[in-house]
Each structure stands twice: as C-alpha cells, then as structure tokens.
Write a protein that binds this ligand. Structure first.
Ligand code: LCS
Length: 400
C-alpha cells in the first residue's frame, strides 16, 4: 500500500453521489423511508431489494461512513480480496459494549489488559460480570501469563486490548496476542482509537475485531461523540454486531455521521502533522529537568520502541509524561495557556489532562498506582498548531 492510495480511499471510499448530483455525501435527516407500493415492500421483505426502512436499522450517511472506515481499516486485506465491514455507533462505549456483548455471552469469559480507558475499565470490571460474563486482567497481556490465564479460563471467548493504551501509552503486540488467542479459540478485539488506521491496522495483524471511539482522531475536530466496530468476520458482524445496534439502539445521528465522514477524509493528512508535532514535543519534554519521565512510543528510550516500529507506521500524537507529584501537575495544568485543560483527545487543538483526577478517576487508586497512573502523570493530545507554540506554552508552564 502507498500513502497516496490510502489518502485516496479516505476521500473517495463510500461516498454517495445522489440522483440530484450532490458532490458531497448528503445528510439524510429522516427517521423513516417511504415505499412506493406493496411490491417495493415485498422486495424489501424478501431481501431482493436492500432498501432503507428506518434510521435505527440503517441510514445512507451511516453506510457511507461505515464503508469509508472499513476501506481504511481493511486497506490491504481488501486489496487481497477479503471483505471488511463496519457498523457506526453513537459513542465509542456503545461500540465497545456491542463488540464485547457480541463476542461474549453469559457463561463466557473475557481477558483484558490492565490499562484501559476508564469507562472501558468500568465496563469490564463492573458491568460485564453483572450479566454473567466473567472477566480477568493480565498486565500487558504478556504471552506466558496470557496463556496461563486462557488455560485457567477455558470458556474465554474474547481477549481485549488497547494499543497504545489510554493513558500510559503502553503497547501490546497485536500479532503475537492474536496467535495466542486463536490457539485457545478466543477472538481478539483491539481498540485502535489512539493509533487510527492511518498508523496501525490490527485486522491485518490478525485481530478479529477493531473498535473505535470516532469522537477522537477519526472525527478529528472535537464536534461529535461516536464509535465504530470493524471486522472481516462477516458472520460475526451480521449475526452479533448488527443486532446490537438494531435492538440496543446506540444509533448515531445523520448529522454526526456526516461530520465524522467529513473528518475522516483528512485523517491521513492530519495524522502526518499530529505525529511530526508530537515527536518535537516529546523530545522537548524528554530533555526538560522538571519532567521525570516521558512515555511516547517514538522515543528511542521508550521500552517498547521496537514493537512500535514493527506494528505502527508512525508513533501517534498522544504523550504521557510525569512531573514530581500532584502539586507539580496542578501548577503545570493551571499555567498552560495554548494547551487546553480538557478530557478527550485527537482534536485539532492540543488538549492536556490529569488522568488520575479526570479520565481515570473511576479506577481504584491502588490499581491506578499499580498500572502506572501516578498523581504526577499528565496526558497530552498534541494538536495541529505550530509545534514551536506548543513547546513554548509547555516551557512557560513548566518553569519552577
Ligand atoms: N476507547 C478509548 C481508547 C478512549 O480513549 C475512549 C474515550 C473511548 C474508547 C470511549 O469513547 P466515547 O464513548 O467517549 O466516544 N476516551 C476519552 C478520554 O480519554 N477522555 O475523554 C474521553
């Protein structure tokens, strides 16, 4: 694959050019769709005509976005003749819960890595067990420990991971984990929100299902909440994932799909600048005496830098770094001016936050300490401003 072909797919895949000649996929702001007569109803009911009937089940703009995202996540697989499909949800959490409930039912077991986005952590630790799905955690999904846990829990149907993980940036080897999961009849689900398909395509590395919070880089502009499930297991998609949106109803609005589709077109271009800026910011932080550690996969000092080079095309724009303690973090976060103190990530603007009090406040403090979310940990989503301006803002905020 070339970057040019990927960019072309981002712009053109899935686009609707309708009967009126609209150049850009229109917004189909309608809850229901009309049938001309009973013959059209019969054609729909028999599966002969694949028409839209009601926007919870499907909407053309949602289909367009799903096709574009599937074209990118499955870029090389599709070129090799495989089919990849996607379903778009009203939030990343709706997509993640659909994927997990689609792959694991009551009596089954899910194994997840220990570092996860706070709400995913809550879903795995608290909610799934309430519905009869057992869950356990294996730090980093380290191969030997994962195999032991799979043998101890033979009813495991899903292994779940984020890489890079929110917020510590720790990585998991997708190909190696897929192989182990498959050898134990479990599926691998990967949250690809931080990397995006522009930098990492887990399906090509052996994952069965990719999930996204499209709220982040895919939407790209901080205007929507959305999610997606993507897979080359068409039976799983049709029989397990599609019913989750149809019957649980986590449906995105036509306008949100339209905004997300528009954002996704520039993903490859944005990620180039995001990554270049992040590298400059990470190098600055690594040399600053007020910073005790920098966790960025692009730095040679990052313990999993080789893995990052192997499974990612570039290193992304999320950086975690540490200052001495809560007081030092508070000083920095009160002083930033260009960087905005806010949760979420992947926007055009640089966002900065304190995981222990914000995104990961729901994680038990003792577990937070064990998995590396210290009170001095700060998470930065490096935006598209001039890198020099981001560095200058952090430099003034870090002054003692
Ligand atoms: N997966 C990851 C890796 C995330 O970072 C988030 C949200 C989600 C899933 C959930 O997606 P949502 O339902 O919000 O679309 N992460 C957030 C964060 O770090 N700050 O605010 C939200």
């Amino acid at each position: 694959m070339t970057k040019q072909q990927f960019s072309t797919a981002a712009i053109h895949a899935g686009e609707i050019h309708d009967a009126q000649g609209a150049h850009v996929t229109p917004i189909y702001q309608t809850s229901t769709f009309t049938f001309t007569d009973m013959a059209a109803v019969e054609a729909y009911a028999s599966g002969e005509a694949n028409s839209y009937i009601y926007s919870r089940g499907g909407n053309p703009g949602r289909t367009a976005l799903a096709e574009k995202l599937a074209a990118l996540e499955g870029f090389n697989l599709i070129q090799q003749g495989e089919a990849v499909t996607a379903e778009i949800f009203s939030s990343g959490m709706a997509a993640i819960s659909a994927a997990l409930l689609g792959v694991a039912q009551a009596g089954d077991h899910v194994i997840a890595q220990s570092v996860l986005y706070g709400s995913t952590d809550h879903l795995v630790a608290e909610l799934l067990p309430q519905y009869g799905i057992g869950t356990s955690r294996v730090p980093g999904l380290a191969a030997e420990a994962l195999i032991r846990e799979l043998e101890a829990q033979p009813n495991t149907t899903a292994v779940y991971l984020e890489t890079p993980a929110n917020p510590t940036m720790s990585l998991v080897d997708i190909a190696a984990t897929a192989e182990i999961a498959h050898a134990h009849n479990a599926r691998l689900i990967v949250d690809n929100t931080f990397a995006t398909p522009a930098l990492q395509r887990p399906l090509e590395l052996g994952a069965d299902v990719v999930v996204h919070s499209t709220t982040k880089y895919i939407g790209g502009h901080g205007t929507i909440i959305g999610g997606a499930v993507v897979s080359h297991d068409l039976t799983l998609m049709e029989e397990k994932i599609v019913p989750m949106i149809r019957y649980l109803g986590g449906v995105p609005s036509p306008f949100d799909c339209w905004l997300t589709n528009l954002g996704l077109k520039t993903l490859p271009l944005r990620m180039e600048r995001h990554c270049a800026n992040a590298m400059q910011v990470a190098r600055f932080l690594a040399e600053h005496e007020g910073v005790t550690a920098v966790h960025y996969p692009g730095l040679e000092s990052f313990p999993q830098h080789d893995l990052a080079k192997r499974q990612m095309d570039d290193f992304g724009a999320m950086i975690a770094f540490e200052v001495a303690d809560y007081e030092a973090a508070t000083r920095l976060l009160n002083r930033v001016q260009l960087c905005t103190l806010a949760v979420s990530l992947g926007n055009l603007d640089t966002l900065i936050e304190h995981p222990a009090s914000m995104t990961h406040s729901s994680v038990d403090p003792e577990i937070r300490r064990q998995i590396g979310i210290s009170d001095g940990l700060i998470r930065l989503s490096v935006g598209l401003e001039a890198a020099e301006d981001i560095v200058a803002d952090l430099a003034q905020a870090l002054t003692m």
